[in-house]
Design a protein around this ligand. Structure first.
Ligand SMILES: [Mg+2]
Length: 252
């Protein structure tokens, strides 16, 4: 459909993790379990939790550039954290401890993956209203596909698009030259909202992720919509259509 068409169908791109189901807390659990393995290995030489978690967090964020949003990155940043504090304490890193850390740090891949209440109903309503739904997510194919199969989301979308590094390119590929009735819905200012606003799409923020790396990108208020749950999305799209707000600009 070309821009300016009378057709009231929107292209709605929706993020997966922490938008359609809670996921961030699985990383918190993995972090605590990994830190526990380090504590048991280093005993009285263990650094204080704030030092330990800050070191791993800073390293992990730096490693995003090299590893992208991969499972291996998180396990590797925890293993390197262990090695760093072991060596600083004059303790030789132990391979068995490293294996236990890898297992703990990858705990987020084992779920459980359970949709937020009302997600399927909202997606069904959007499709009944005639919109095109695209699932756009960053991460590894295998893990993201497993989440999609487990939650049964696949059949509720016109397409599933998994990318390893960033979503901006994927969003542009889906929208092409179209600027009207293009929407990106997600919980990450960094991955979802900032690129959508820059590209001139209608951006809809759903609070979810608490990862400081996602929140560290600032997007000016008044450039995006905010809803508390995807449940509110069908009504928001109907409202925007009613008032003719189809070009990404936020009515003041
Ligand atoms: Mg997300």
């Amino acid at each position: 459909m070309e821009s300016g068409s009378k057709d009231a169908s929107w292209l709605i791109m929706i993020d997966l993790d922490d938008t359609l189901f809670p996921n961030g807390h699985l990383y918190v659990e993995a972090a605590i379990q990994s830190a526990l393995r380090i504590t048991r290995a280093l005993g009285p030489k263990t650094p204080y939790p704030n030092v330990l978690f800050s070191f791993q967090h800073d390293l992990d964020v730096v490693m995003v550039k090299e590893y992208g949003y991969s499972v291996a990155r998180y396990a590797e940043s925890w293993t390197r954290t262990y090695r760093h504090f072991a060596v600083s304490a004059g303790i030789k890193p132990d391979e068995n401890v490293e294996l236990a850390i890898v297992s703990a740090a990858t705990g987020f891949t084992r779920g459980p993956f359970v949709l937020f209440d009302g997600v399927i109903e909202a997606l069904t309503a959007l499709r009944q209203d005639g919109h095109e739904l695209r699932l756009v997510t960053v991460g590894e194919d295998r893990l993201q596909n497993e989440k999609i199969v487990t939650t049964g989301l696949g059949s509720h979308f016109d397409g599933v698009h998994i990318t390893q590094m960033q979503k901006r390119t994927q969003m542009q590929a889906l929208a092409g030259s179209r600027r009207e009735r293009v929407m990106m819905v997600g919980d990450s200012f960094r991955s979802d909202i900032a690129p959508a606003v820059e590209l001139g799409y209608t951006a809809v923020y759903v609070p979810g992720d608490t990862w400081t790396h996602s929140l560290s990108v600032r997007v000016p208020e008044g450039t995006y919509h905010r809803i508390e749950s995807v449940r509110e999305l069908p009504e928001l799209v109907r409202h925007l259509e009613r008032i003719g707000a189809i070009n990404g600009k936020i009515p003041q």
